[in-house]
Design a protein around this ligand. Structure first.
Ligand code: NAD
Length: 332
């Protein structure tokens, strides 16, 4: 099958090409660096499938254009699918498949990295020592043991994350509209969402972005949080109302903010913009806070995760080509 692969970087090409070459009947992968959007759909001409990533635009307009070109499959090489208009895809008979699980450990461990970096001010300590400055003023941290960590969304990543912080001696509370008995059995205490805000020392977001969770963290929820709370988002940028978070940082209600995702990241992340002026004033304001650490959507970025993403994406494409639909991870 001929597949147009959008938003590819050298590492994507390396891992996808390797997974493809291990198939008995490899597919024809046409790698494009550009994002999928209404101006780039023509690159999929002659293909049966497109393969895309988190910031590709798969809205109704794009889907209609792809359908007109004869595209039958959108193979997402990510877990989240908030970038796809599923209703339109269904209407057009385009199958949407994703990688439901590749390495929940990659993301959960990155969330822990953000927590420890912020808590112990490692981002500031690194620069001080390189400047021959060994003073400790302003670097005071806190012990993780006995802190209350809230996990919002106890799916695959949230579960691994809960286990990790339990290992540090934290008390874990959680909110999920579908609580998992297996998680509760490990000592995680499910509570109502409104009970998370006043109880948590650290809040980590691991739920999908949808109409229920958009701006879950907003002025109202921030106002109910403990003074100095640490907020970690490795889920999706739209879970946090960034302007409200900035107000929370200025009032010191939010004591630490760790982000791997940002609601307007599509125009920024995955690219080297170091020769360009930063046009996003909200993002620029975030960068001024010493207690904010941002990574550019890299939580998934481990060798193990890239291998699994490539293998599962190629398996979805392969099963589609053979009409083995039940073996695909189709997004309904
Ligand atoms: P998952 O589907 O296994 O788990 C999501 C959990 O969220 C489920 O238990 C679900 O019931 C719960 N949920 C749904 N609505 C909720 C709500 N309103 N409030 C609280 N919980 C809710 O997904 P996962 O594999 O654990 O991934 C979680 C999210 O992490 C993905 O949706 C994706 O957006 C994000 N993610 C980010 C990266 C990254 O690199 N930063 C990588 C992979 C995934």
């Amino acid at each position: 099958m001929k597949v147009a692969v959008f938003s590819t970087k050298p590492y994507d090409r390396e891992f996808l090409a390797r997974a493809n070459s291990s198939l008995a009947h490899p597919h024809e992968l046409l790698f494009h660096e550009t994002q999928l959007n209404p101006h780039s759909t023509l690159l999929a001409q002659g293909c049966t499938a497109v393969c895309c990533f988190v910031n590709d635009n798969v809205d109704a307009t794009v889907l209609q254009q792809l359908s007109d070109l004869g595209i039958k499959l959108i193979a997402l090489r990510c877990a989240g699918f908030n970038q796809v208009d599923l209703v339109t895809a269904k209407k057009l008979g385009i199958v949407v498949a994703r990688v439901a699980e590749y390495s929940p450990h990659a993301v959960a461990e990155h969330a822990l990295g953000l927590i420890l970096m912020l808590n112990r001010n490692l981002h500031r300590a690194y620069h001080r020592v390189r400047e021959n400055d060994y003073s400790l003023n302003g670097l005071l941290g806190f012990d993780m043991v006995n802190k209350t960590v809230a996990v919002i969304g106890t799916g695959k990543i949230g579960q691994v994350f809960a286990k990790i912080v339990q290992g540090l001696g934290c008390r874990v509370i959680a909110y999920d509209p579908q609580p998992a008995p297996i998680v509760a059995a490990t000592g995680v205490r499910y509570v109502a969402l409104n009970d998370i805000w006043p109880a948590a020392d650290i809040i980590s977001l691991h739920c999908p972005l949808n109409s229920n969770t958009h701006h879950l963290i907003n002025a109202n929820s921030i106002a109910q949080m403990k003074k100095g709370v640490m907020l970690i988002n490795t889920g999706r940028g739209g879970l946090i109302d960034t302007r409200a978070a900035i107000t929370g940082l200025k009032s010191k209600t939010i004591g630490y903010l760790g982000l791997d995702v940002y609601e307007e990241e599509g125009d920024l992340f995955f690219e080297d913009n170091s020769n360009h002026l930063l046009q996003d004033d909200v993002f620029a304001r975030l960068l001024t806070f010493p207690n904010v650490v941002i990574t550019g959507h890299q939580a998934f970025f481990t060798r193990e995760a890239l291998t699994a993403i490539a293998d599962i994406t190629l398996a979805n494409i392969n099963h589609f080509a053979r009409e083995e639909f039940t073996q695909m991870c189709i997004v309904s």
